[in-house]
Design a protein around this ligand. Sequence first.
Ligand code: NAP
Length: 556
Amino acid sequence: MAASPSNAAKHRASTADTYDVVVIGAGFAGMYMLHRLRGLGLSVRIYEQGSGVGGTWYWNRYPGARCDVESMQYSYSFSDELQQEWDWSERYAPQPEILRYANHVADRFDLRPDIQFDTRIDQAVFDEANNSWSVTTSDGSTVTAQFVVLATGCLSNARTPDFKGLSDFNGEVYHTGHWPHEPVDFTGKRVAVIGTGSSAIQSIPLIAEQASELFVFQRTANFSVPARNAVLTEQEREFFRANYPEIRRKAREEMRNGIYQEVPQKGALDDTRQERQARYAERWAKGGLTFTATYNNIAIDKAANDTAADFVRAKIAEIVKDPEVARLLQPDNHPIGSKRICVDTDYYATFNRPNVKLIDVRANPIEQIVPHGLRAGGKDYQVDALVLATGFDAMTGSVAKIDIQGRAGQTLNQKWAAGPRTYLGLMSEGFPNLFIITGPGSPSVLSNMIVSIEQHVDWITDCIAYMRERGVERMEATRAAEDKWVAHVNEVASTTLYPQANSWYMGANIPGKPQIFMPYIGGVGVYRQICNEVAANGYEGFAMTSAPQQRAAASS
Ligand code: NAP
């Protein structure tokens, strides 16, 4: 339901520099957070660095960008009218369509009046005497809020490696995570793409169609499965619309990754080789992320994992005609799924084109960027454009850019110097009234992000309502609860194959970043249950302080 004009007026009625809640970021998390907090009658201000809503879908406009979670599930569930009325066009929505959807949501729920665009938050300082945050924006103004919510996104701090000579390059330089708003035409140009993660794997086939020559600089080969993208039929859309209550419930409660799908009942080694090949072939033909859910032990048992990895390696050899190129494209240093599996359209086949060359950066490291191209392994590659598909400082990068000072002047960067520490991924001890949406220590990037976002936003909303009803002014995770949760997150991760890969989940893509498996791998259903129990037990593990209590403590 759109907010009525009188409601909208009421939301904006707070004084210009004091809000109940400041939310940082107007992606899917920030927008829904605003909507829910308005429902409590609170004054809320979102600050957004970009000029529009959509977060990751605002910035990542590279050719071929689309979501790897199917569109009927990568959408909000909080409004039945919204999910019934919106028409997704394809099985996997392309970036422009997701951005249209984000804008539609912003309009439909009248969110824009409470969003300040083109504004970064540089600093947030906790005022212990007043139990509030003092928040400074990039335009130099300071506002006060009782609560701050970090809706800054997990993959929003694009990372450009420190390549020697980059600033001397005479051609165009693009980063997939920070793509221009106008279409980029590579027709007739010589192009270098650095990186072979999801962003590269989606964009390479399309860039190859335009470029006269395309050089792909690969350091680590990644596993990719075909998307089998297709136009959605009315019948397919109708199936979801008619069954949304049950589909959404299952996605939230029964699926580890928040995506409604067929759940495997057996392990890979329970089948004969022939049966396994048939099952993998069936999933390969179906396409999409569910390939790694063919069996229930692919993420935890290396021998089981090898069977899936071998299947994909064989597919690569079948598709790619040059055996040496095929060999280079076959991942050989991490279990399948331990890095986010990629979902592509014609990625491997693109290497059969005469204008596409694969350069093995592991054997021939990039030495430097030169004015007319790139030097790797002692050889110069002349190019007109450079595409950096080099990823993100994930999960903590955007938070680290803000100077967050909690109790006793401790900064969040100091506290997280050896790796992020949170209780439930929602709060960090020493930083009262500061919530994180899909932060480290929560299922976050291992899940359908919108499912996790909605769960966090609902939990935070209930928590703030609880505090208000009881006159609680300050809430903070306790050290003991946080220590226990961090130990649990690590323990669960260690039972899987995930820590075996040098992935961005581990912080391994950023030189000097502590290597800790950041998301919680227990599954969204289990995690939701834990969060609900914590709330039902009066927010167990959080210290809550009401104003009189605090004054009494100060005077004793
Ligand atoms: P990424 O997975 O981190 O890939 C970055 C690539 O750049 C890697 O191949 C990396 O090689 C390479 N690289 C980085 N520094 C390099 C250097 N100095 N020299 C040579 N190569 C270098 O980043 P991404 O592709 O942007 O994807 C990040 C995440 O975003 C994905 O895992 C996914 O979760 C999400 N995403 C999702 C979609 C989707 O929904 N379809 C699309 C795009 C992205 P190494 O592996 O050797 O470090």
